[in-house]
Design a protein around this ligand. Sequence first.
Ligand code: LLP
Length: 416
Amino acid sequence: MNYVSAEVTTRNEFYGNKNPEQLIQEYGSPLYVYNERIFRSRCRDMKNLIKYKNFKVQFSAKANSNLSLLKIAREEGLNVDAMSPGEIYLELKAGFKPEQIFFVCNNVSADEMKFAIDSKVNISVDSLSQLDLLGKINRGGKVAVRFNSGIGAGHSEKVVTAGKNTKFGVDAKLVPEVKKILKKYDLKLIGINQHIGSLFMEPTPYVESVKSLLSIAENFEDLEFIDMGGGFGIPYHKQTGEDRLDIKLLGEQLDEIIEAWTKKYGKEITIKIEPGRYIPAESSVLLGTVYAVKFNGERKYVGTDIGFNVLARPVMYNSHHDVEIYRKDSEAQANIEEVTLVGNICESGDIIAKNRKLPEMREGDIIGILDAGAYGYAMSSNYNSRLRPAEILIKEDGTEIVIRRRDTLEDLLRNF
Ligand code: LLP
């Protein structure tokens, strides 16, 4: 196998004992390949973010809820958040104890809330309506409230979850109403939380939002925890040398603020973060195959089997993913040309990379879409009745195991 463009995975020794061609031959194309070493190292980065002793990392499983990866996160000592009863269910199956699961819900039914209460997990609500509903069905229980700290951040307006234009969180002005409802139902407020949005690359917005959240916390005397949320970005433009988020600087700034605040509050309560993307994103490459190369008008299209049913991010958010190219049986060569890399779904918007300068690709080439581990498989679907790919894990010893089998045609009939 010849590598036309494979600097990132070569540097990381990403594929273990096999090469992309062998993996595709064995497990089919497309294929999500994960690297356990990288996944574990990102768990550890987050665990070491701050020095404060009562610090806990909750992996936000919406980014990737593969059971095997959840188990690894648990082995690494992480807790988890959940967005739905389905995530609670999977997390319990992955061996998390109820007290390690935080249900950060939004607009849920009484039945869904009951599911969380019966599962004995902690619950965060993010509106007065939902606080009232929880009070009705769990009088005298515990609750956390998600506040909108007023500062949002994110790579797309679709994923900014605090500030003025978002459905999330309780406005800080409503603290008196929150207190009234807590009293009405004898609820104990155990924590407050926030999530400002997804993917920041500079510490400032997060740090500012934490200051704001901590000042909201001063309204409440008996908190057991404060959850500062996720959003930690990863460099998607690795091939052009994008810098990483400076987590050392971020950690130092957070430690400083937290230390000063806990002195003021009088207690060293638990401080949590809720990273999703940061943990699995860089641990996966999505492999696919080039099946057609053609000109339509002026534009050159490279057609692959990576439709937006397999990876939705480029279509949904115009997100950039670096692309590597691996060639099977002829010489690697690297004429750079501008192409539009597309999938096999029956929509013209099914584009992985538009007008991207890439080494020339040919039918039969294997491509690797980098940094596909967060919101990749998690957002995949059976659109066009396509089969979702398998997921495999390259273990630390270089051997691989299947951590989710590829869909079969029978799976398409499962609910009929
Ligand atoms: N906590 C809450 C309450 C959240 O809503 C989210 C993400 C997270 C934590 C984790 O955020 P992260 O650390 O992953 O940025 N599908 C989009 C991202 C959506 C994020 C939704 N909420 C994407 O592919 O970019």
